[in-house]
Structures are given as structure tokens and as C-alpha cells.
Write a protein that binds this ligand. Sequence first.
Ligand code: IDP
Ligand code: MG
Length: 154
Amino acid sequence: METEQTLVLIKPDGVQRGLIGEIVARYERKGLKLVGMKLLKLPLTTAEALYAVHRGKSFYDVLIQFMTSTPIVALAVEGQNAIELVRTLNGETDPRKSQPGSIRGDFSLNVTHNLVHASDSPENARRELGILFAPEELYEYHRADEGILHPTKE
Ligand code: IDP
Ligand code: MG
């Protein structure tokens, strides 16, 4: 199993609805480690870089406008298979399809206001973390429960 880092953004709707703690708690209690975290208003150029792959799509302008409207929370999340795990915890992009128990399944109704962003591959995770975090903003430390979460012999 591979230790990975991934970028999560709690979108403006998550911040405005007071769901920062609820969302962060879901990654924490899964056993994933927060190695970076900050509140910021996403600059336009940053949002455009982050969502470059969606440029030209029907929802692009609305997405960029929304993501730059009010503050977001950026998280760098680390753990074994963190990229896939975080996306599973987030749920499907469209809240009509996301399962109860997932963040989007439990708390969102709308595909634009779907609470969270997460990187979808190791390459994108590296790229997106580099857009949101300077190297010195990512921390190395041990969680007290790591020995239980990651037994050396299984
Ligand atoms: P993801 O956030 O689950 O990775 P992406 O396909 O990367 O989904 O799309 C980025 C964001 O763009 C989504 O989280 C959602 O807010 C928005 N989006 C994606 N598809 C649609 C759509 O069909 N209509 C409106 N907004 C969309
Ligand atoms: Mg995506």
C-alpha cells in the first residue's frame, strides 16, 4: 500500500453552511492525516489553473465564479490510498447519485454546490497540491494512532 497525499477543497457552500468541522472530521476519523490546512479566497488565476481540464465545458464559468466567490478551506490529506479514499468519502460528483454516508450524499443537493473538491490521480494530486500549498506549508508528524491504523504485520 502506498502513502499518498491529496488536495481537498471545502467549497464556498461548505464554509458558508458551517460544515468545515463536519467535513474535516470525516477524513480524520477515517485515519487520514491532515498535513496542511488553510482558509483562503481562491484567486481567479488559481481557480482557472485548478480547473483547466474543464475549460470550455458548459459548467466551467459557473464553477469558476462559485469557487472564487467566498472563502474556501484547502486541506492536504495524507494516508495509504488517500486519493481514492477521499473521493469515496466525498461521494459521486452529482449529489443525486452520491450515496448516504458520503459527504455529498449526506449534505448536498446540487452539482455545483457539492461541498468538496478532491484530486483524482497521483499526477493531479501533485499538481493541485503545488498550486495551493508551498512546500513549507506541508508538515511531517505522527498521529498517535498510527500503530493501530497501520499494523506492520497483517
Ligand atoms: P469532481 O469534483 O467529482 O472531481 P469533476 O468532473 O472534476 O467532478 O467536476 C468538477 C466540478 O465541476 C464538480 O465538483 C462540480 O461542482 C462541477 N460539475 C461537474 N459536472 C457538472 C455538470 O454536469 N453540471 C454542473 N456542474 C458540474
Ligand atoms: Mg475533478
